[in-house]
Design a protein around this ligand. Structure first.
Ligand code: HEC
Length: 89
């Protein structure tokens, strides 16, 4: 299953890079390339603070913000990783 693969990728990235445990931007890059890159540029949200990107993605997941795809399968950890990656481009 796709989610399992993403989680595995995230765990591997985390395990290999303890220095990134705080932001885990590498794991976010993997999720981005897998799920977002076909529609977004990696620097689409580079001007936003990490916390703002987290809030935007969570608003999509909850259905508050309309978005295709609905991103319902993202975990809190994947969202944090995505935000760490996107806000630091
Ligand atoms: C099928 C195309 C598509 C995919 C895949 C996609 N997006 Fe989007 N996304 C859009 C479009 C279109 C918009 C609205 C365009 C705009 O605001 O510039 C948007 C808007 C957004 C916004 C802004 C929402 C707001 O509050 O204005 C965020 C954040 C976002 N996407 C994150 C993501 C993330 C993270 C992923 C991957 C997990 C993703 N998107 C995957 C098409 C996509």
């Amino acid at each position: 299953m796709k989610t399992t693969k993403l989680l595995a990728a995230a765990s591997i990235a985390l395990a290999c890079s303890p220095a990134l445990a705080d932001g885990h931007a590498d794991a976010g890059k993997e999720v981005f390339e897998e799920s977002c890159e076909r529609c977004h540029y990696s620097d689409d949200y580079a001007h936003e603070a990490e916390s703002v990107v987290v809030a935007m993605i969570k608003a999509i997941r909850s259905g508050e913000t309309r978005h295709r795809p609905p991103l319902k399968d993202l975990t809190d950890e994947e969202i944090a990783s995505l935000a760490a990656f996107l806000a630091n481009q």
